[in-house]
Design a protein. Structure first.
Length: 94
């Protein structure tokens, strides 16, 4: 499924959360726990490392969600996600 793959477009990499190394997992956890990010999340409680790792592992089992770390060159610049909302591939909220 396209939601479980990593991609590269020229110098921009989209690394699927299920393919992240330990340093990348920790970086995203730090971003997710930043107060300016957490205030917009459904659950505003601080996320533990164990919870974060479990969230990423569960993504392997889903068929309608994909999360990617975005890198430009060797610099991590953000994350994106897609959630398929319809029965047709190609319909998603990003």
């Amino acid at each position: 499924m396209f939601l479980h793959k990593s991609y590269q477009l020229e110098s921009i990499k989209f690394i699927n959360y299920i393919d992240l190394n330990d340093d990348e997992l920790q970086l995203i956890l730090t971003w997710r726990n930043h107060p300016d990010v957490r205030k917009w999340m459904y659950n505003t409680d601080e996320i533990t490392l164990t919870e974060h790792i479990e969230f990423c592992k569960k993504l392997k089992l889903t068929n309608n969600k994909g999360y990617w770390l975005v890198q430009m060159g060797n610099e991590s610049i953000g994350t994106i996600n897609a959630i398929v909302t319809g029965k047709q591939i190609g319909r998603a909220h990003v």
